[in-house]
Ligand binder design. Structure first.
Ligand code: DWN
Length: 436
């Protein structure tokens, strides 16, 4: 069996898990195939923890199956690159050390570390990712030793067993939601943060309130094991000896949270005997990290916002589940009506999940254009839709383009600015089915 069932909440250990969404059985979104074929399907159900309010999938697929060869390349999107640049700049403002080590967990193709290299001072940066194909590419693109520093890549899962050096900054974007043992993951972050400096980690993940607000049920698939609110995440960091001192809402991927956290206790060395010039009596003094990284107002504001939303009770989620059913019906009927006139744009995991949730295939969507070379020439899993390069637009000149990566709609419309001029239009399914 390449998956296991979830019996206890992965944050608080509660057994009180209630199902609020069932999307049937679907293939793994990113397991693209080289020719049309039947593939294995796995259940998709979401459970709500009545004790800590974490939403989580009912099963965990073996991560080696999901990530050993991973076709998603984050730097295909210019918008994501800009996002990484802004993030690196914000982090450099909080820790302006000229010499620092940054570890990027789940570094994908090295997009974020490249921005640190370009915006920071001297460095020894390390990217860690379990996907062999991505690490090989990142190494050939970026690995270097020069007079400014050393950028290094390692193929490994970040887990409680990982052996990593200490770092002033640890970043983890779009990975916490993919992890089953979240406590082991954060315990290793804790171990790797420097003891006595302004050291912190920055963790970014899709925000459940944005998912509910925009009906983004297509972002619910086997890679995303958890759907986070701020409160359970704060509890999780606390359980791992850390404290969130700042949180931002950011627009990326349809709405995410960026949390900044540090060790609750730090250490400084105090010399008790200056007369001998020796350090025998030096002492490690423990102190509270709020002295150097005080809590920002954003932390209390975020808790207040969530409380007002009513997302600590299952009622909101049951309403969401009804909205999902309507979108599935509307999308299938619109595409069935226009089926000979559409081409998809972005073979995103969310798009391929949507297609499967609506029981569609190549008779509905004849092709999907994607600019990731690793996806081109392949077929979507289960729905067997061919994935084509950008040139396919020029050949087919579709009347309608379905934006399967609605989170990058602006960028995709910019890249197809010829399209409306030829009389065509765009279709999106999120937050509701519409032609725009
Ligand atoms: O957490 C995850 C996130 C952040 O990214 C993953 N589990 C997997 C992945 O999800 P996704 O595949 O839904 O992500 P995107 O970034 O919405 O996918 C966009 C797709 O569209 C990519 O295959 C790249 C492609 N694309 C393109 O061809 N031209 C994207 C843009 C912006 C473009 O201009």
């Amino acid at each position: 069996m390449d998956y296991k069932k979830v019996k206890l909440c992965r944050i608080c250990g509660s057994k009180r898990l209630r199902k609020y969404l069932d999307l049937g059985k679907v293939p793994l979104a990113n397991s693209l195939v080289t020719r049309p074929q039947e593939v294995k399907k796995y259940p998709i159900q979401v459970l709500f923890c009545e004790d800590c309010s974490l939403s989580q999938l009912s099963i965990v697929v073996d991560p080696k199956v999901l990530y050993t060869n991973y076709p998603y390349h984050s730097s295909v999107s210019e918008t994501f690159k800009e996002h990484c640049r802004e993030m690196a700049e914000e982090i450099n403002l909080i820790n302006s050390d000229k010499l620092k080590t940054v570890i990027d967990i789940a570094c994908n193709d090295g997009c974020l570390l490249n921005e640190f290299r370009e915006t920071g001072g001297f460095f020894w940066h390390i990217g860690i990712d379990p996907s062999q194909n991505l690490i090989s590419e990142a190494k050939s693109k970026f690995q270097e030793v020069n007079n400014k520093g050393h950028l290094d890549f390692r193929c490994e899962f970040w887990s409680k067993e990982v052996k990593a050096p200490r770092a002033q900054v640890i970043t983890a974007t779009n990975v916490l939601a993919h992890v089953d043992d979240v406590r082991g993951f954060l315990d290793s972050v804790y171990e790797s943060l420097c003891l006595n400096k302004k050291s912190f980690c920055v963790v970014e993940f899709p925000y459940l309130i944005d998912l509910l607000d925009s009906n983004a049920f297509d972002t619910i698939y086997h890679e995303h094991l958890s759907y986070f609110l701020f409160k359970p995440v704060q509890k999780l960091f606390d359980m791992c000896g850390m404290r969130i001192f700042k949180v931002n809402r950011v627009k990326i991927h349809g709405g995410s949270l960026r949390v900044y956290a540090c060790r609750k206790k730090l250490f400084r060395i105090e010399s008790t005997d200056n007369s001998t010039g020796k350090n025998y009596n030096d002492k490690m003094i423990e102190y509270d990290s709020t002295e150097i990284l005080p809590e920002d107002k954003s932390v209390k504001d975020m808790l207040k916002l969530e409380k007002n939303y009513g997302v600590y009770k299952i009622k909101e989620y049951l309403k969401f589940s009804k909205r999902v059913n309507k979108i599935r019906k509307d999308f299938k009927s619109l595409i069935s009506r226009l089926k000979n006139k559409v081409i998809g744009y972005g073979a995103s995991a969310k798009g391929l999940s949507l297609i499967n949730y609506c029981n569609m295939d190549a008779t509905h969507i004849p092709a999907i254009v994607d600019e990731t070379p690793a996806k081109q020439g392949k077929f979507t899993a289960g729905s067997n839709i061919p994935i084509m390069g950008y040139d396919h637009f020029t050949v087919t000149k579709p009347d309608y383009i379905v934006l399967f990566a609605w989170n990058f709609a602006e960028e995709m419309k910019r890249k197809t600015s010829w399209h409306p001029k030829s009389g065509g239009e765009y279709i999106v399914a999120i937050p509701e089915v519409r032609i725009e």
